[in-house]
Write a protein that binds this ligand. Structure first.
Ligand code: PLP
Ligand code: TYF
Length: 394
């Protein structure tokens, strides 16, 4: 049987991680995989998470199964973090998932169960896993324009023109904040226009929010998803705790549905439970438990929010330093977009050849589409990157 299997394409981002590890050059700089790194290149366990882990070790009395949707307190805490008071609690159903990836996967599965004919619209470009999961599931995907190669901002006119083609029942996947891979995001007026279009078409938004707190702040980054949740009849939300709690390997996510018609809440909840059971029964608990402890303890929560804010501001500082260094070296404002982008990533808009030269000649690793992880930089490496960017003619 196994001889019938075909080789599957490897994940390019993870391949890059491996290539970086194998590079013997001491000056090498890793701007590839989307993991936050401090100025020393470490990905620390956040203070509040470490404290919660200690507390939980003391408090935990059993490792017996939780429920199919995970611990209800985790869902409550996360619904509050993501949605605030945008919608009545009775409109929301939620289930814990293994990471935000699990939430996306389960969300697509939910779409397919409800409407096998639904097409899923995705931004061009988007996180490659969105594409590979949809392909793996045999779901029809349509791309909408998103990135303006000239300005390196959002091509909002192109996006709206393409989304004018959605049919009732189609699902439109959007990034809640800190778009991966471009770093370019909608403003609130554009979110409003998008909502109006989706409502006019009868399309269902699905929001993937994996970087809440990495852009403009915890509430600011949730403004788009809250607007959507409060203004459309139905939506799906996939949230990740990997980045904002720094618990990547604990695999902690939440899939939510919001239905203004609260009579649908029970059916949705039952479906989310069902989907968890079909795929892995009970979702992982440890990360969810840490998140719940942190969010529900005022002291831990304040400390977590403060550390997250330090992380956010350090990335913003690096963006500003890089943009001004590039302005100085290039004598032009064409890199101003780096300071405008938000989150971990910016797409430089370089050619694959230029990206290869950065790697071969300067030992600087970024994803082939010229996405760089801002958090891979520090004050010392920013000028090195800026000189290399100008050197390869970007
Ligand atoms: N969605 C996007 C856009 C991402 O960049 C990520 C990345 O890490 C995820 C979802 C999910 O991450 P995880 O499964 O590690 O929570
Ligand atoms: O885009 C990134 O770099 C992060 C991390 O298969 C990641 O989202 C990358 C690849 C992958 C899973 C997570």
């Amino acid at each position: 049987m196994f001889e019938l299997l075909k080789e599957q394409p490897a994940d390019k981002i993870l391949m890059l991680m491996q290539a970086f590890r194998e590079d013997p050059r001491e000056t090498k700089i890793d701007l590839g995989v989307g993991v936050y790194k401090d100025a020393n290149g470490n990905t620390p366990v956040m203070r509040a998470v470490k404290a919660a882990e200690k507390l939980w070790w003391e408090q935990e009395t059993t490792k017996a199964y939780t429920g199919l949707a995970g611990d209800p307190a985790y869902a409550e805490a996360m619904i509050d973090l993501v949605l605030g008071d945008a919608v009545p609690r009775a409109a929301v159903s939620a289930a814990a998932t293994p990471g935000g990836t699990g939430a996306c996967r389960q969300g697509f599965d939910l779409v397919r169960m409800a409407n096998p004919a639904a097409r899923v619209w995705v931004s061009d470009p988007t996180w490659p896993n969105h594409l590979s999961i949809l392909k793996h599931m045999g779901m029809e995907r349509v791309d909408y324009r998103y990135f303006d190669e000239e300005t390196r901002g959002v091509d909002f006119d192109g996006m709206m023109a393409d989304l004018a083609g959605v049919k009732a029942g189609d699902v439109v996947l959007v990034h809640g904040c800190c778009h991966n891979p471009t770093g370019a995001n909608l403003n609130l007026a554009q979110w409003r226009e998008l909502v109006a279009l989706l409502n006019a078409k009868g399309a269902i938004p699905m929001v993937d929010i994996a970087y809440q707190g990495f852009g403009d702040g915890l509430d600011e980054d949730a403004a788009g998803v809250r607007l959507i949740a409060s203004s459309v009849p139905e939506c799906i939300i996939a949230a990740s705790c990997s980045k904002n709690f720094g618990i990547y390997r604990e695999r902690t996510g939440l899939l939510m549905t919001v239905a203004q018609d609260t009579a649908k809440q029970k059916l949705n909840q039952g479906t989310l439970n069902y989907l968890n059971r079909q795929n892995y029964s009970f979702p992982p608990d440890h990360g969810a438990r840490l998140v719940t402890l942190v969010l529900n303890d005022p002291g831990l929560r304040a400390d977590w929010a403060a550390e997250l804010e330090e992380v956010r501001l350090s990335m913003l500082g690096l963006r500003e330093q890089l943009a001004s260094e590039l302005q100085r070296l290039s004598g032009s404002d064409r890199f101003g977009f780096i300071a405008q982008h938000r989150g971990m990533f910016s797409r430089l808009g370089a050619t694959p050849e230029q990206v290869a030269r950065l790697r071969d000649e300067h030992a600087i690793y970024m994803v082939g589409d010229s996405r760089l992880n801002i958090a891979g930089l520090n004050k010392t490496t920013v000028p090195i990157l800026a000189r290399a960017i100008v050197d390869v003619g970007i």
